[in-house]
Design a protein around this ligand. Structure first.
Ligand code: AMP
Ligand code: MG
Length: 327
C-alpha cells in the first residue's frame, strides 16, 4: 500500500519525496484545491501511460497539465491576450484553459491524447510548490478509478488507488471540492467544456463575453462530459421532495421532504444553504451515502448559480444511465 506523508507534519519531506518519485517517472497522489490528483511528469510518456493504466482511463481522454505559474504554462501553450487575461485573473485557482499546444515544447503526446491543444492550469497551494520543486509540468487527473467519484481526502485516494502507487501526500480535505472549470479559448470565443470551481458568471463578468455552452450530448471533448461519470454504486435521484423506502437522503439546507424519517441515512451538504460548502462536501457525502448500503440516493434541489452549476453537473452525471444499464 501507498505511504502517506502529511504536509502539516513535514512539508519539506513531502516536497522532497514527491520530487524524487516524479523525476524518476513514478506517480504521486497530490492535494490540490479542487480534488486530489494522480500526478506524473507531463513530459515523460512512460509516466503518462502509468496514469492511464492506474485509473483504467481510456487513452482518448486527455489530461490537464498543471503548471507552477503562468510563465511555465507559456512554455507549453500559446496564450492569446484573452487567455492571458483569464490566467492573470484566476491563477492560481480552479480554472483550466484549453489552448493551442506548442508541439515541440516537450509535453508527452499521450498527455494530450494526440490533440493539437493542451489543457493547462496553475493550482493553488502545495501542488504549485511541488511543481516548482520538480521543475516540470505535472499531468494530474483526479486520483480515482475512471468514472468513479473524485477523492477529496487522502483516505479516499488510499481506498481507491492505494495499491497502485507509492506515495499519497495528505493536505487534509480539498478546499473547493469539485474539479476545475474547463474553458476552451479560441479567438473571441470561450466555450465551457466543464463547469467547475470558478463560476462561469465570474468569467463573463471579467471578459464581457457570453460563454458558449455546448449541448451535453455532443462529441466527447472531456471525460467529465460523458453522460455517466462521477458515479457512486447506488442509483442517484435528483430534486427529491420525498424519500422512497430505504433511500439515503442528501439534504441541501432545510427543505420540506416527505417521509424524511423513512431515510436509511440522512446527510447534509450545507445546513446554511451555502453552495461553496456543499461543493467542498459533495464527494465525501456521496461516498458516505453509497457506503451506507442504500441502493438509491435521493438529493434535494441545489441552486444553479455560482458553483451550484458544477454541483448540479456532477449530480446529473452521477444520476445518468450507466453503460451497463444499456447493455
Ligand atoms: P480530469 O483530469 O479527469 O478532471 O479531466 C481533465 C479534463 O480536461 C478532461 O475532461 C479532459 O478531457 C479535459 N481536457 C484535457 N485536455 C483537453 C484538450 N486538449 N481538449 C479538450 N479537453 C481537454
Ligand atoms: Mg476525474
Amino acid at each position: 500500500m501507498a505511504r502517506i506523508i502529511d504536509i502539516s507534519r513535514d512539508e519539506n519531506l513531502a516536497l522532497a519525496e514527491g520530487r524524487r518519485l516524479l523525476v524518476a517517472g513514478e506517480l504521486v497522489a497530490i492535494p490540490t484545491e479542487t480534488v486530489y490528483g494522480l500526478a506524473g511528469d507531463a513530459t515523460d510518456g512512460a509516466a503518462i501511460q502509468k496514469i492511464y493504466a492506474a485509473k483504467n482511463r481510456p487513452a482518448f481522454n486527455p489530461l490537464i497539465c498543471h503548471m507552477a505559474d503562468l510563465a511555465m504554462a507559456e512554455r507549453y501553450a500559446d496564450f492569446s491576450p484573452l487567455a492571458r487575461e483569464l490566467a492573470e485573473a484566476f491563477w492560481p485557482g480552479p480554472l483550466t484553459l484549453v489552448l493551442p499546444l506548442k508541439p515541440d515544447a516537450g509535453i508527452a503526446p499521450a498527455a494530450t491524447a494526440g490533440l493539437r491543444t493542451v489543457a493547462v492550469r496553475v493550482p493553488r497551494g502545495f501542488a504549485g510548490r511541488l511543481i516548482a520543486e520538480a521543475d516540470r509540468p505535472l499531468a494530474a487527473p483526479s486520483a480515482n478509478r475512471s468514472g468513479r467519484l473524485s477523492p477529496t481526502t487522502a483516505q479516499h485516494v488510499e481506498a481507491d488507488l492505494g495499491d497502485r502507487l507509492e506515495l499519497i501526500i495528505d493536505a487534509g480535505p480539498s478546499i473547493v471540492g469539485v474539479e476545475s472549470t474547463i474553458l476552451k479559448v479560441e479567438d473571441d470565443t470561450i466555450t465551457l467544456l466543464r463547469p467547475g470551481g470558478i463560476p462561469a458568471e465570474a468569467v463573463e463578468r471579467l471578459t464581457g463575453f457570453d460563454i458558449v455552452r455546448p449541448a451535453m450530448s455532443g462529441a466527447i471533448e472531456a471525460p467529465g462530459m460523458m453522460a455517466s461519470h462521477y458515479a457512486p454504486d447506488a442509483a442517484v435521484r435528483l430534486n427529491a421532495t420525498h424519500v422512497e423506502p430505504g433511500e439515503a437522503l442528501i439534504l441541501f439546507g432545510a427543505p420540506e421532504v416527505g417521509n424524511a424519517e423513512g431515510a436509511h441515512v440522512t446527510l447534509q451538504l450545507s445546513e446554511t444553504g451555502d453552495t461553496a460548502e456543499a461543493a467542498s462536501r459533495l464527494y465525501d457525502v456521496m461516498k458516505q451515502a453509497d457506503q451506507s448500503g442504500a441502493t438509491s440516493i435521493a438529493v434535494t434541489p441545489i441552486p444553479h448559480d455560482g458553483i451550484g452549476e458544477a454541483i448540479n453537473d456532477r449530480l446529473a452525471r452521477a444520476a445518468a444511465p450507466r453503460p451497463e444499464d444499456n447493455a
